[in-house]
Ligand binder design. Sequence first.
Ligand code: AMP
Ligand code: MG
Length: 356
Amino acid sequence: MNFLALGLETSCDETAVACVDSNRRILAQSIHSQLDEHAVYGGVVPEIAARAHLSRLRPLIEQTLADAAVGKDSIDMIAATTGPGLIGGVIVGATMAKALALAWNKPFIAVNHLEAHALTARLSDGAAFPYLLLLVSGGHCQLLAVAGIGDYRVYGSTMDDALGEAFDKTARVMGLGYPGGPAIERLARRGDSTRFALPRPLSGRGGCDFSFAGLKTAVRQAVERLPAGAADDQAAADLCASFQAACADILAERCRNAIQRFAAEFGRCERLIIAGGVAANLALRERLRDEAAQYGATLIAPPPALCTDNAAMVAWAGLERFQAGQRDRIDVSPRPRWPLDGDDMRLPREAGGLRV
Ligand code: AMP
Ligand code: MG
């Protein structure tokens, strides 16, 4: 049986719609990035994001259905990110999905955005459970064991900033604009990563938690010592390379600890999967690929367009839950916070679906 899902993503600054089937085919997807709307403010402004989602979502849905060449009758279910995220945007997407579900008489699935990232490698690479997941994005930084749909065991999280946030803040103090990740990666390619000695917080201290505050402060202090206008010259490239190398070391060490814990719990760790916007960074991917290989694990990294926020992953997570028998109530509340390891993630959700 092949099912077809329409997925909506509106939890941050990307308005996205996708049509995906349960044979892992992405029939069509459309995305509108609000970068230009937020760039002048140096970060995402929630109110502006919510209004932009509202004006863009409907045309994107129409375009996606047209691109996929499917009518509403072929759609089996409608999935939308219902949290966590900026609540104004989440409300826009979830309410649109509910309205379509009611009007078209289709099931509605409330998707946890983090679960959508966590399951992306099953859409892109058909990854089998269980696997170890490193989720690194603008808002999240976690290592977790993914044992099955709804069965997530958090090994560690960040104690301060998310990794994407550390990239963005570092780029900001260097005057590189927003978002910082791609700019830093580009400059780092021609930089000397040994020029600046930057700290690796929590290094040698076991466990799988992260901390980037000390690293961020060290970069700011290094910038303050640079000659004015240095953002264009070699020093800036060297600082980007040094920062990225520190991030790679931190991730590699934390993943090493996580692989060992995973192997103790599941017998062995065959797959390390990296997801979230920072997973688009090729230098970090290469480092983690080497690290995983040393422990007999294969790194799986979905294509960059499926790592950053997108609706194909939301449609896919909806399909996984739909096929597991889940249907959600139309009065489910959108949530700004929604941890992956809470009881309400487990299957089966109680009769009637997610509680309000
Ligand atoms: P997300 O929160 O999943 O939408 O991802 C956005 C975050 O990913 C932002 O903090 C970006 O700076 C970061 N990011 C995107 N591309 C890269 C990259 N090539 N290297 C590092 N960080 C990146
Ligand atoms: Mg995300």
